[in-house]
Write a protein that binds this ligand. Structure first.
Ligand SMILES: O=C(O)CCC(=O)C(=O)O
Ligand SMILES: [Fe+2]
Length: 211
């Protein structure tokens, strides 16, 4: 039995084509061909319509830390409802625990420097972002296109790099089995060298999101 807001290796590996990265340091999975190309194209069109500069919690002085653009995807769109339902089925996590689905767009030279998706319990933004919904539990992201060059996602602590590929999903547990934040989840959305990169990200919380 998994806790509320949590997926599990057992559940994920029971889904078609899900592969676990062999590592004792992190629960990390990929599923190639999760979203078909027409769904990816529909999501890209929505991101292009509505993008704005990305922001960061606990933003320091490095204005080049996350240089991509972000889009809060409109839940009334068919493509958004479709991918949300697919993510709920794959993750096994009740949709109330999900943050609103986000799209990210990276142009040439843009990146998201190495970071973890969980919030720092000692950080100044903890109360603002976590007092209602609690910590981020799992991350699910889907690459929406093939990138000409660059744009890979690198997990430095485990020496594993994923290339963008249309419809490929990655997901990982941001915490360890004992519930503590797992620093081995450190990852870097590397600079796009040629072309444009689009992804969607779905973050889940330990408690219902609430709004
Ligand atoms: O774009 C990537 O490869 C990583 C994105 C990411 O880490 C995030 O949105 O939290
Ligand atoms: Fe991230």
């Amino acid at each position: 039995m998994t806790r509320a807001g949590e997926s599990s290796a057992e559940h994920l590996l029971a889904q078609p084509a899900v592969q676990r990265v062999p590592s004792g340091q992190i629960q990390l999975f990929q599923r190639r061909g999760f979203a078909d190309p027409s769904l990816c194209d529909a999501l890209i069109a929505l991101i292009d319509q509505d993008r704005r500069p990305s922001t960061l919690a606990d933003a320091g002085d490095d204005h080049y830390f996350r240089t991509s653009e972000t889009c809060d995807l409109n839940t009334e769109e068919d493509a958004v409802q479709q991918i949300e339902a697919m993510l709920a089925a794959l993750s096994g996590i009740a949709p109330e625990h999900g943050e609103p689905l986000q799209g990210q767009r990276y142009d040439v030279g843009q990146e998201f420097k190495p970071h973890c998706d969980y919030f720092n319990p000692d950080g100044q933004d903890w109360t603002k972002y976590c007092s209602i919904a609690g910590q981020r539990s799992w991350t699910f992201m889907v690459y929406l296109n093939d990138v000409v060059a660059g744009g890979a996602t690198r997990f430095k602590c485990i020496g594993k790099t994923f290339q963008p590929e249309t419809g490929k999903l990655l997901c990982w547990n941001n915490r360890r089995a004992d519930g503590s934040e797992n620093p081995n989840t450190l990852h870097h959305g590397m600079k796009v060298r040629q072309g444009v990169k689009y992804v969607i990200t779905k973050w889940y919380r330990e408690k219902p999101w609430g709004w």
